[in-house]
Structures are given as C-alpha cells and as structure tokens.
Ligand binder design. Structure first.
Ligand SMILES: NC(=O)c1ccc[n+]([C@@H]2O[C@H](COP(=O)([O-])OP(=O)(O)OC[C@H]3O[C@@H](n4cnc5c(N)ncnc54)[C@H](OP(=O)(O)O)[C@@H]3O)[C@@H](O)[C@H]2O)c1
Length: 290
C-alpha cells in the first residue's frame, strides 16, 4: 500500500503535514459551481484520501459555493486530530459562476464565518488570502487592508495561520511585515515554471509552497517528453508530474485534485516514486521559464 510518509513532511505553522495531500476543488459541479454529478463518489474520494493517509486538504467556501466544504464535512467530520484543512478567502461567486474579488472587511469576515460553519469548525487552521488583482495570475497590488482584517480575525481566535495565494514575491515580502505568512499557493507545475525563484526563496526560510494546478488544472498536462518518461518508468504522466514536484523542492506540498477514486489512487501512488537526477534534468526541459 502507498505510504505517504515516503514523501516526508513539512510544517504549516505549528501543524505538520505529509507532502502529498488533496485539493477538493474538483468535488463541486462543472466549472466549480453547484453540486457534483456524483455526490456519493465525492464523499468516497475524501474518505479514501484520509484512509490512505492524507492529512492536508485544500478547499474554499467559494467552491460551489459552499458545496465543497459541505461535502468535506459530510465525509470527514468529526475530523481526525492530525487533519489540516486549508481554506481560502478573497473571492465570491456570481450567479453566472463568475469569480469576483471580495476583499472588504465585511466580505472577508463573512467568508471566514462561512468556512467555519460549512466545515463545522471553531477555528480554521490555515486561511489563504487569494489575491484577485488579476484572477488568472499574480499581479502587483496592495494587500495591506485585507491582510490586516485576517490578522484581526486571527487575534480573535478564528484563524490559526495565514497564507497567501496568487501573489508576487513583493506581496509575500510586504505581507510578512503585517503578519506571519506560513504558505504561498500559486500556479506551478512542470510546464508553468514562473515561480522557480520564489520557491527557492521560500525554501531557504522554511515556508511551504503549495502549487495549484499541479497536474495542469482544467487542461491536464500534455507533453511528449512527459509521456515518454512515464512509459519508460512504467508510471502514468500524472504520477511523473507529481513526483517531479516532490523532488523539485522540500518545501513543496502537493494538493492534486480529482473527483474519482481511480485518479486519487494513481496520484497518491506518486509517493512511492523517486526520480533520478537524470530524469529530473530531462523533465526540467519541459518547463518554460516565464
Ligand atoms: N489558490 C487558487 O487560486 C487555486 C486555483 C485552483 C486550484 N486550487 C487548489 O489546487 C487544487 C489542485 O488544483 P486542480 O484540482 O484545479 O488541478 P490539478 O490538480 O492540476 O488537476 C485536476 C484535473 O486533473 C484531472 N486529474 C486528476 N488526476 C488525474 C489523473 N490521475 N489522470 C488524469 N486526470 C487527472 C482531474 O479530473 P478528474 O476529476 O476526472 O480526476 C482534474 O480535471 C484544487 O483542488 C484547489 O484546492 C487553488
């Protein structure tokens, strides 16, 4: 059986998590909106993830909205002591499924309370502030006001740790002047390497980096090199993509998403893969440094 301890651990604030976790966004309906096609399978995916040893789940109340957190609660509450559920705030969903900035004090406070209620928690372990200056990627902009709101909610005991998502290196540095930042969650994978320098910088001071879209997201990774390496190693391309991330830097925590137990098993089995330096170098050639 897959042993997730093979991937090692990293800390998220005072909590310690295995480096291979699970991202729950795919559990909502199409376009991360509304209920899933198969709710029983969504519940089963979460239960199997935790039974296999996952102790880090990434979510948000704006997935669905509310749906994903409600499924997590149905599947896993009361939660195992070692389970760390990381959520994010800073966006809201329009009736047309659009993603809109929601950065006011009122919106952030309501989002924290929505997460607490729908997850069935008294305190949120980690809350990422999701920057929305550009919904598709990091863009400069001042996060002082919203981060100050989250720091206030932290002082009130509703949040243990704060992280940042979809941010630039400058926003991370500026954020640290306001509160401790325990993790950064940005888009990064074999083919999307814009954060190479930031990952190394965060690794140097022991801050977790959590790549979203580790498998390419809505357009799963496709590369002839990746396919050739996977065939040679008798693995799947997705397993190689995850194993590459695990080897890329010890501060990388993985949260691949899936709505199926078959894909979950395949992805978690990446914990058993240790890529050689030669294979890493070959895979490095796929990345376009933006
Ligand atoms: N901070 C942010 O702005 C942000 C943005 C996006 C995501 N996230 C977080 O990051 C997590 C990961 O991102 P993600 O789930 O969007 O993308 P991902 O992990 O890169 O890929 C998920 C996609 O790959 C498919 N997939 C998964 N395993 C597969 C396998 N073994 N073989 C073939 N296809 C497979 C999934 O479809 P199936 O369901 O069919 O398996 C889904 O379409 C999310 O769950 C969410 O928690 C954060």
């Amino acid at each position: 059986m897959t042993n997730l301890e093979n991937t090692g651990r990293h800390h998220l604030g005072q909590r310690s998590v295995k480096r291979l976790g699970y991202g729950a966004m795919q559990l909502a309906g199409t376009g991360v909106f509304g209920p899933p096609r198969d709710r029983a399978e969504a519940v089963a995916v979460l239960r199997e993830a935790v039974e296999t040893g996952v102790n880090h789940i990434d979510t948000s109340d704006f997935y669905g909205p509310h749906v994903t957190n409600q499924i997590i609660r149905e599947a896993l509450h009361p939660y195992a002591d070692d389970l760390v559920i990381v959520t994010k705030v800073g966006a809201s969903r329009g009736p047309d499924a659009s993603w809109n900035p929601a950065f006011s004090r009122e919106a952030l406070t309501a989002a924290v309370h929505d997460n607490l209620r729908n997850l069935g928690l008294d305190v949120l372990d980690v809350v990422n502030l999701r920057a929305m200056f550009d919904v598709h990627g990091p863009a400069e902009g001042d996060l002082e006001e919203p981060l100050t709101v989250l720091a206030d909610l932290q002082r009130q005991g509703l949040i243990r740790h704060i992280g940042l998502s979809n941010v630039t290196a400058k926003q991370v540095a500026d954020g640290r002047e306001i509160t401790e930042i325990v993790c950064v969650q940005n888009q990064y994978n074999l083919a999307h390497r814009g954060d190479d320098a930031l990952i190394d910088q965060l690794a140097a001071d022991g801050t977790a980096y959590v790549p979203f879209f580790p498998l390419g997201g809505f357009s799963p990774l496709q590369s002839s090199t990746l396919s050739a390496v996977a065939a040679r190693l008798e693995l799947t391309p997705m397993q190689v993509a995850l194993a590459w991330l695990l080897k890329r830097s010890p501060n990388i925590l993985l949260i691949p998403g899936t709505s199926s137990r078959g894909h979950l098993r395949e992805n978690l089995a990446a914990a058993d893969v240790d890529l050689s330096a030669e294979v890493m170098a070959e895979l490095d050639g796929i990345g376009v440094v933006e």
